[in-house]
Design a protein around this ligand. Structure first.
Ligand code: HEC
Ligand code: HEC
Ligand code: HEC
Ligand code: HEC
Length: 486
């Protein structure tokens, strides 16, 4: 055989070699599969053992509505210790972190965009959950104790007890100051967990009701979905419906910004009248869940908790990290579990995405701010409400879109394409408004340049807004006013 084969030359020896190579490959594949199967088995055994360790029955059971996080903490010291790390409010990433960044100082355009509304007075980056009571009672926006108690809904584990006692309707219809004595604990265990069983649960009615109106049963979702839905109780767009200020999620027509816009139009709902353009405006809150749902991670079933509450190991025990924060401050435990990228690569990738969204935001902020001033210029030349109806609608539509992206946390990371799509629409609508305004001004004999006032820093912008509110705005037509328009 050997000589024959030699006689037949290199071609056949290659063939024969191929034959033995085939056997070698087969052996290799069989071995590889066996190793893989063993590894998977081992990992799942390990996983089960770990999961067994994860949920432990409490040694000292707590009451059904126990809101004191420290009491729960006696049973679960690791989770509680990591929870308490949220008191660090000095961390910072380029666009996030827990420090109370002053958004108005960073982006004075916001003062213009929110003119006449609380967010133009004070608007800071969110801190960790342990600060909710302090922040809601101290913000200048809720300074008035006669405001709605509905604001409390997303701030404390005292809320489920009060709602059980009073009923949600009476809770929402109360005044903020009336409930202040009862609500003392910052967001904590009861907000996400059922007492003692430690099952994840939905503790707030608004999310449950929004699901019901969509014909979905929230008790029928997977465990993995619950790891997102506990967050969706609060990290969503919402409004206070009607006189009773009933907390409602505007999802009946869908969760895209256009669906919410349709929804609000149907209810003829507005949050405030803009101090510069007199357009009726809607403030978006923080549609984190809605935007996340359009992204690749939601599509791949990666939950909020996978990135913001990754597993940690301490002294051989695995547990869920309850220090909710920017995952960029904890890349090794969050992203790196799935992505084999270096920390530097993760940073570069995330910031690259965020820088692009920020650029889109900047363009929208500039265009929408100028549109408000263009409408004010039309008012100064004498255009009446009927003539301005359409341009006001356009500016409202463009600002809702910008705000849907801007108010959402994470600077677009959760769904970059959706954010850019919406920002493009925002810029387009704002520029349409500006073109219409130019036509209105021209019809009234003005063909010069609108004189945009200085709003390049927070103080200047706030002083400017005060003049509009006092009915003493600067002359926006200025020196270039034509003779006809004078
Ligand atoms: C794939 C991982 C991932 C998932 C899933 C995820 N996030 Fe994020 N989230 C991030 C990243 C990255 C940032 C940007 C952090 C930064 O800029 O420092 C972020 C930012 C945030 C922030 C602002 C934090 C800060 O310090 O600025 C909040 C709040 C937030 N996410 C909530 C959510 C919610 C709620 C969900 C689920 C509906 C969710 N995230 C799903 C990765 C994720
Ligand atoms: C914002 C929601 C949220 C809050 C608030 C919260 N948890 Fe959790 N907790 C989770 C999630 C999500 C998991 C993971 C559950 C899972 O996947 O089964 C978890 C898991 C746990 C577990 C199971 C073991 C483990 O570590 O995975 C314990 C015990 C626990 N939490 C205790 C607490 C305690 C004590 C507090 C209050 C100090 C608290 N949790 C507050 C969301 C929360
Ligand atoms: C009961 C309402 C509520 C629930 C439930 C909730 N949050 Fe929050 N979250 C808030 C509020 C309110 C703030 C702002 C706190 C402040 O600034 O005082 C916040 C702030 C945050 C921050 C900013 C902290 C930082 O360091 O930047 C992150 C991240 C966050 N939440 C993620 C989540 C995730 C993920 C979940 C679900 C596992 C969740 N939250 C569940 C209400 C909630
Ligand atoms: C539980 C697993 C998991 C975790 C944790 C996770 N990712 Fe992902 N990530 C995925 C999957 C799956 C995809 C989709 C890949 C695909 O379909 O090709 C993805 C996609 C991405 C993409 C590409 C997005 C796009 O549109 O192409 C980026 C960027 C990314 N992840 C960043 C992160 C960052 C940053 C973190 C941590 C904050 C993180 N991921 C955490 C599983 C994860």
């Amino acid at each position: 055989m050997a000589s024959n084969s030699r006689g037949r030359g290199p071609a056949s020896s290659r063939l024969r070699n191929r034959g033995s190579a085939k056997v070698a490959w087969l052996a290799f594949v069989v071995a590889a599969v066996a190793v893989l199967v063993l590894a998977v088995l081992y990992a799942s055994v390990l996983e089960h053992r770990r999961e067994g360790q994860l949920v432990t029955a409490p040694r000292k059971p707590v009451g059904e509505y126990e809101s004191d996080n420290a009491k729960w903490g006696e049973n679960f010291p690791r989770e509680y210790a990591s929870y308490k790390l949220m008191s660090d409010d000095e961390t910072a990433t380029k666009y996030g972190g827990a420090h109370p960044r002053d958004y108005l100082e960073e982006t004075p355009d916001l003062v213009i965009l929110f003119a006449g509304y609380g967010f133009a007075k004070e608007f800071r980056q969110a801190r960790g959950h342990t600060y909710t009571i302090e922040d809601v009672t101290q913000t200048k926006r809720v300074g008035d104790k006669t405001g709605a108690a509905t604001c409390w809904t997303c701030k404390s584990p005292d809320v489920p007890r009060l709602m059980a006692e009073m009923g949600p309707e009476a809770f929402y219809a109360s005044k903020f100051g009336e409930l202040e004595k009862e609500i003392t604990h910052p967001i904590g265990c009861l907000d996400c967990h059922e007492a003692n069983t430690m099952k994840l649960h939905i503790s707030r009615p608004a999310l449950r009701e929004a699901f019901e109106r969509q014909g979905r049963d929230i008790d029928d979702v997977s465990h993995q979905e619950m790891r997102t839905l506990v967050c969706a109780q609060c990290h969503v767009e919402y409004y206070f419906k009607g006189k009773g200020k009933y907390l409602t999620f505007p999802w009946d027509k869908g969760m895209a910004v256009e669906n919410m816009e349709d929804y609000y139009q149907e209810y003829d709902f507005a949050d405030w009248t803009h101090a510069i353009s007199k357009a009726r405006m809607i403030k978006m809150q923080h549609p984190d869940y809605e935007i996340y749902m359009t992204g690749v991670h939601a599509f791949q079933n990666v939950a909020c908790a996978d990135c913001h509450m990754p597993y940690r190991t301490e002294g051989g025990a695995k547990f869920t990290d309850h220090h909710l924060q920017s995952p960029l401050l904890n890349i090794a435990n969050s992203c790196a579990v799935c992505h084999r990228w270096s920390e530097q690569e993760v940073h570069t990738r995330v910031q690259g995405i965020q820088d692009k969204v920020r650029e889109g935001r900047d363009r929208a902020e500039d265009a929408v701010s100028k549109a408000h001033f263009d409408i004010a210029a039309c008012m100064q030349i004498g255009a009446d409400d009927a003539a301005l109806k359409h341009v006001r609608q356009l500016v409202t539509q463009s600002q809702i879109r910008w705000d849907y992206v801007a108010a959402n946390n994470g600077m677009g990371f959760h769904s970059p394409q959706e954010c850019m799509r919406i920002l493009m629409a925002s810029v387009d609508l704002a520029q349409q408004a500006r073109i219409e305004c130019a036509k209105i001004l021209a019809k009234n004999g003005f063909t010069g340049e609108v004189q945009y006032p200085d709003y390049s820093d927070k103080d200047t912008a706030q002083a400017l807004i005060k003049r509009f509110i006092a009915g003493d705005p600067p002359d926006l037509l200025g020196a270039t006013r034509t003779a006809a328009a004078r």
